[in-house]
Design a protein around this ligand. Structure first.
Ligand SMILES: Nc1ncnc2c1ncn2[C@@H]1O[C@H](COP(=O)(O)OP(=O)(O)OP(=O)(O)O)[C@@H](O)[C@H]1O
Length: 253
């Protein structure tokens, strides 16, 4: 399912946070958004998944006009793994992941065997099968992040939005999270901080600074020393890794 965000502008408390940004994610593409802290990545994503209403712009998911459709209709197709995953109430891990089934159910419809299987499979995928009965509030930040991914997987969306999905994860689970997401074979739009991960996983990369899009394209072509200096104000070398031939980045501080 394609996602198109056209000419999105967001103003918050009088400040222009997102300035006329357009993004396209083709079906099954993994698309990344990078940029420094505070450049507007989360705000842009929130305006796409309807938490913030943009002042200008259009968002289409397939044929659906996202900004004009009810949240429930969009949640059948769009999953979101946000940056902050705190809950006020204590649910078990199983209950948290089962919430992913809600968009597919009628009011008061109870969970069936099929839902149970989907939840068990999703927990298995993120390596948390043994955690089903644990209290969500007692989990570590990284475990919570993986539960939220499992919930999004259980939702069986056609499109996934990830806002810095790996920020609590150690390297094993960073790789696991992005590999699991890639294996879902659906359109993905992800805000990422790690440029090496962006190089490894993204088909297309959008680069944002001060709320504006300053570059986009194949990460291997656009992530140059000059662009990284312009965006992050640091010096680096981008070079072919002699071990696997992939591009790597050495930061020169
Ligand atoms: N409700 C608000 N009112 C005023 N300013 C806001 C509001 N929400 C966010 N901002 C500001 O908008 C800017 C962009 O925030 P956003 O969270 O989109 O950045 P980001 O690129 O996701 O940053 P990070 O990499 O640190 O997560 C920040 O300067 C933030 O302080």
């Amino acid at each position: 399912m394609n996602l198109t965000a056209d000419h999105i502008s967001v103003t918050l408390s009088g400040a222009d946070i997102v300035k006329d940004i357009s993004i396209k994610v083709e079906s099954k593409q993994f698309v990344g958004i990078i940029g420094p802290n505070g450049c507007g990545k989360s705000t842009l994503l929130k305006s796409i998944y309807k938490v913030i209403k943009p002042q200008k712009g259009l968002v289409f998911l397939g044929e659906k006009d996202v900004l004009k459709s009810p949240a429930r209709a969009i949640s059948k197709d769009m999953g979101v793994v946000g940056q902050f995953n705190e809950m006020s109430f204590d649910f078990t891990v199983h209950e948290m992941v089962m919430m992913g089934r809600t968009p597919h159910k009628h009011l008061m419809e109870s969970d069936n065997q099929w839902d149970y299987q989907i939840v068990a499979d999703a927990l298995e995928k993120v390596g948390l099968a043994e955690y089903a009965d644990r209290s969500y509030l007692t989990l570590s930040g990284g475990e919570k992040q993986r539960v939220i991914l499992a919930r999004a997987i259980a939702q069986q969306p056609q499109f996934l939005i990830l806002d810095e999905p790996t920020n609590h994860l150690d390297i094993k689970y960073q790789l696991q999270m992005l590999s699991v997401v890639k294996s879902l074979n659906i359109g993905v739009l992800a805000a990422l901080h790690d440029l090496s991960m962006a190089l490894a996983y993204c088909d297309i990369l959008y680069v944002v600074k001060h709320g504006q899009m300053i570059a986009s394209g194949n990460p291997k072509e656009i992530l140059t020393r000059e662009l990284i200096r312009q965006v992050y104000e640091i010096d680096c070398e981008v070079y072919p890794n002699p071990i696997n031939g992939d591009l790597a980045i050495a930061y020169l501080t």
